[in-house]
Design a protein around this ligand. Sequence first.
Ligand SMILES: N[C@@H](CCC(=O)N[C@@H](CS)C(=O)NCC(=O)O)C(=O)O
Length: 215
Amino acid sequence: MRLLIGNKNYSSWSMRPWLVLSHFGIEFKEEILWLSGDGWKDKLRERSPTGNVPVLMAEQMLIPDSLAIIEYLNDRFPEKNIWPEDRMMRARARAAACEIHCGFHALRNAAPMNIRASMPGRVDVSAIQGDLDRLNILLGGLLERSGGPFLCGEFSAADAMYAPVAMRILSYQLPVSEYIQNWIEALSGVRAVQAWRAAALTETQIVPQDELDAD
Ligand SMILES: N[C@@H](CCC(=O)N[C@@H](CS)C(=O)NCC(=O)O)C(=O)O
């Protein structure tokens, strides 16, 4: 299997399936398609049916979309428990994953993932307060119910789906509940998360639209 991803510093959607593959010990090769530089969009369109990353190449098939990739991995490796084993917890995890996949637009637009950045106070919190409130309720509820340290107890696809949110909270020092702070601490101890962040910190490419100081 081969996973096409964008820059580890910026590509939040790429981070999600990469964490699932890495954390659950699924063998794969990664290939980075840089999201800047001459002709980067054309190069992306040549390789990806949607013109976006991530894309998984598996069984002579191209699977675009972070969540579709995670579901494929879950189907192919049921023994890994990529989603929680408990049916009700699994439903909650999937609902949370769908919510970040299609929601939290204010947060995602105002605070782009930029792992290298340390910009406390750079994001106008009042513009994203609604999303932060929802995050506190949603993730706090999962953590309270599961008992943590991860959203559904053990690390699962739900944590992978929200990991880029944790990166944003860290970069911009967004105010979140103690529940979420503790979850971020647990997440920071996950080897796959550490490996992604370490690689992101070595990247030098700049994606101007994701750099708040560039506007
Ligand atoms: N819904 C897609 C979104 C993928 C996406 O937007 N990826 C970004 C990188 S994080 C991208 O490829 N952008 C290319 C562009 O802006 O042209 C998913 O979940 O994978």
